[in-house]
Design a protein around this ligand. Structure first.
Ligand code: COA
Length: 164
């Protein structure tokens, strides 16, 4: 029986770039997240931002970026040891298979190695984004109780999680 594909995360290096730029979410999710085609170049230019690819074996299936300071998120007044998670997404073709949870696991494991000093990770998520909210809560994220009103598609919850 063939081994099930391994999910892992890697910085977006030159050889992954084209595949990352092709990623897209469902049209009804466009208001929840910006596609790499619109934001990757910015993430690459920004010294505090690390664009990351989510891979199943060698196939790119998703994307996110880690902000070295959560202060760049929604004007969040975070402590210095808090990282920010932005643009977490799976390609439309790969959603609904439990890969979101596996990707979050891999992301958190990777952070422990890449940013051992970090204590928390913070993100914002649209209040209507039921699938992402369910996923983050299951992965141990807590609601800060703060609503961020500056998003382009309506209010967002500010969630956070301790890092191991
Ligand atoms: C968020 C995302 C990564 C989740 O990935 P996924 O693995 O496909 O997630 P699933 O579709 O398996 O669903 C995750 C959870 O949400 C639940 N869910 C899915 N759609 C739902 C809906 N419409 N209403 C309620 N719950 C829903 C699933 O049941 C699952 O919960 P469970 O694990 O308790 O069963 C993916 O939906 C995505 O890329 N969305 C677009 C980008 C986005 O919104 N990113 C978040 C930015 S903050």
């Amino acid at each position: 029986m063939p081994a099930s594909p391994t999910l892992h995360v890697r910085p977006v290096a030159a050889e992954l770039r084209e595949a990352v730029l092709r990623l897209h979410v469902r049209p009804d999710q466009d208001g929840f997240v910006s596609p790499p085609a619109r934001t990757l170049a910015d993430a690459e230019r920004c010294p505090g931002s690390q664009p990351m690819a989510i891979l199943l074996d060698d196939m790119v299936v998703g994307y996110y970026r880690i902000e070295r300071s959560a202060r760049s998120l929604a004007g969040y007044d975070a402590e210095a040891e808090a990282l920010g998670l932005r643009s977490f997404q799976l390609d439309a073709a790969w959603q609904g298979r439990g890969l979101g949870a596996r990707a979050l696991d891999a992301l958190l494991t990777d952070l422990a190695q890449r940013h051992p000093q970090a204590r928390r990770i913070v993100l914002t998520v649209n209040c209507n984004n039921t699938a992402a909210l369910a996923l983050y809560r299951r992965a141990g994220f807590a609601d800060s109780g703060t609503l961020y009103h500056g998003g382009r598609s309506g209010p967002q919850h500010l969630l956070w999680r301790h890092l191991p």
